[in-house]
Design a protein around this ligand. Sequence first.
Ligand SMILES: N[C@@H](CCC(=O)N[C@@H](CS)C(=O)NCC(=O)O)C(=O)O
Length: 248
Amino acid sequence: MITLYTFNISHFSEKARWALDYEGVAYQERVLLPGPHQLVTRRIAPRSHVPVLEHDGEFVQGSGAIMDYLADRLGGTRLTAKDPHERAREGQREQAFDNAFGLGVQRVIYSEILKDRAMVTDLWAFGGPFWARGFYRLAYPAVASVVKRMYKANDPQAVAKAKQRFVEVFDELDAVLEKQAYLGGDAPNRSDITVAALLAPICRVPEHRMTWPALPPALASFEAELKGRPTWNHVLHMYRAHRKPAQH
Ligand SMILES: N[C@@H](CCC(=O)N[C@@H](CS)C(=O)NCC(=O)O)C(=O)O
């Protein structure tokens, strides 16, 4: 049995879920709540974050490591390059996307929305246990302050740099996507899934399990720089065409 520890809201968890679904690997999902999740993740893995995959007594932490495990141990054949040099190059690209869009989304979005306690409570408690809202009623200030520090969402310079990095990486990806259908060429590879999963909260894809709220007005000009560009449209297309629900 394979278990994937996630948050519903987590875009890195979505990347791992999607990769497993895309490769047709069955798993059970254990959805945790941001904050109390540490009681579970710290017990099974070296760091606190999700996603964590459990298989045959092994625990694999982090979306990239899970994708590697999928290719090396779970029979995944469609997303990861077989040639070791190509695989290493893809790994570097993926890390750049994890930084620009993974950490970027956390930093830029939380820099604004943590002020909106009701909105963030809705996002964190989405699909959670009956006690989730009661928990955040008490613990929101503490959890929000950890999140703010963890992602440097209270550092205006770091936030400005993250926004700039979004635009730079969009420029690079737009140039590729103007020439070919997928970052993987003729078919999606792990870069396509990475980019689509990580940008889903910004592009607010309708097929996602979360209903993403509109970005706050303070992020309107940030959104305007990205919306409708080839990379943005690629995210929407990836979800429409390739994000089939799990078959288990
Ligand atoms: N590099 C990791 C990043 C994972 C990550 O940032 N996870 C977030 C949710 S999207 C998380 O668990 N944050 C809470 C924590 O770090 O304790 C990956 O690729 O999975």
